[in-house]
Design a protein around this ligand. Structure first.
Ligand SMILES: [Zn+2]
Length: 76
């Protein structure tokens, strides 16, 4: 399940949401569609850099904690 990070200019804050297909994300705070997608590093890190990062995050899928705010620490 792809969870993406977005940034709302109106609220000046990040949020994460699950997007399927061509769903348009809206800000959960203000409900606007005027949000920017951030490059979520999670997917790349968990697959790309050979395991060391994954081991810090509970082990299962690396980004299993992404649905919480925890992922803010790995979003670059
Ligand atoms: Zn907003």
């Amino acid at each position: 399940m792809p969870i993406y990070e977005y940034f709302c200019d109106t609220c000046d804050q990040k949020f994460e949401t699950l997007i399927r297909g061509k769903e348009i994300p809206i800000c959960p705070t203000c409900g606007k569609e005027d949000v920017k997608r951030l490059m979520s590093a999670c997917g790349f890190i968990s697959k790309g850099s050979g395991g060391e990062t994954v081991s810090t995050a509970a082990g299962s899928s690396g980004c299993g904690t992404c649905s919480s705010t925890n992922c803010a620490s790995c979003g670059i």
